[in-house]
Design a protein around this ligand. Sequence first.
Ligand code: SAH
Ligand code: SF4
Ligand code: F3S
Length: 479
Amino acid sequence: MTEKIFSKPILKSAARRSRQSVHVTDFSLSPHYQELGKGKKYTIQTYGCQGNEADSEKISGLLELIGFTKAPSEAEADLLVFNTCAIRANAENKVFGELGRVKQYKEQRPDLIIAVGGCMPQEEVVVEKILKTYHQVDIVFGTHNLHRLPDYLASVMSGVPQVVDVWSEEGSIVEHLPTVRANGAKAWVNIMFGCDEFCTYCIVPYARGKERSRRPEDIIAEVIELASRGYREVTLLGQNVNSYGLDFVDRDYRFADLLAELRLLPIPRIRFTTSHPKDFSQFLIDVLSQGGNLMPSIHLPVQSGSDRILKAMNRKYTKDQYLDLVQRIRTAIPGVSLTTDLIVGFPGETEADFQETLELVERAEFEGAYTFVFSPRAGTPAASLPDATPKAEKMERLYRLNDRINAGFSRGNARFLGQTVDVLVDGASKTKSDILSGYTPHNKLVNFPGSPELIGTIVPVHLVRAKTWSLDGEVALER
Ligand code: SAH
Ligand code: SF4
Ligand code: F3S
């Protein structure tokens, strides 16, 4: 039997943005699949952003709905799922390395199923490479059709050697997908899918399709349900949450409206990621300034401090506009913690451009950042720009930038020394089981001695030591 290819990705189609309104459908499982995974075990490896973490929880939900259970190790699994990320070449290389590594299991156990999903299969070059070289892979699916995984598993289990189904255009929003959440106190809540920004370096708009917002009533119902199950924190997810609602044809309702409603719900903490600076409205700042369960920590990716490079990146703001926004946020939300994303070595970036970035980092007083070296992504406009800066020079810029960022990280922790703050306890330290760790409202990592019963609760902790990456504390008896 030959491979069964339903559809391969086409980058050009993925760049298209239809004006059609977004359909919302409810997930339902075909009765044929109810026992498909009975007695079988799976593992899932997740790469990339929180959006992928949330998708993996849905993939797990689907698998467990059809009878699969989590395998304690790959050696005992009947199905290995890789939920992949395409953002930079090194993210992709890791996955190819892993696919090579798990080939041995397939040789030992020919019935083992290997499935690759997520953002990598949305790229033409990746699917071609898998078809040519990685014959151990049984199923290739994308970001738009993860709810179809039971169909693909059924095909492979009935003898089809390889199934490839990647959609280049988004389908409906599928509500009520089963979800197995990885954490009992903190939950991801998608508020929108896709991205329409087309920053010139970025593959996400191709891999995730057009911006589609979930209806507010569906989001609110999900948060109410999470609160009633004892969840303490939700993180609202979107590639640019600030353009939430722009696609609604039946209402005028934006991200700030959503937050204004969510802040009234009995969920102790609300976070969101990611905000594009260009759409951060004054209305949004006003709502955030009301505080309460809206956490005083904002991730606001700036990418570069050079206007020339920002323009070439298609970011649609200048350094001064960004700094003005930072100022307005800081005035409205005193003590807010700001973090960012930065790319060094974008094609054509000079030392002078890089100096502008360093200056912006100082002035914005970031308390953390994810920093990256530009990685050309096939099919994106920036990948074909001339790029004369040697790799070593880019690396050297990255190190200089990281030094500044680390200093900001340290200062951001030190400013809380001596205070008593609420910590949502995540778990016990890997090395010392009697040391708990969790995060403050400002998203600072805190370690403190305590009993495991505190995991998943919010505890007042007195902070006694500040380090670069974390703070140490002691449970406070009174506030
Ligand atoms: N939607 C988010 C970012 C998602 S990707 C936002 O715009 O805020 C996370 C980060 O990866 C980006 O902010 C950017 O800093 C980095 N990134 C994206 N594409 C990249 C590329 N081709 N090379 C290097 N870094 C990249
Ligand atoms: Fe990529 Fe820009 Fe969209 Fe963020 S906003 S996902 S960086 S295209
Ligand atoms: Fe990676 Fe896709 Fe997220 S490319 S960063 S997993 S949207």
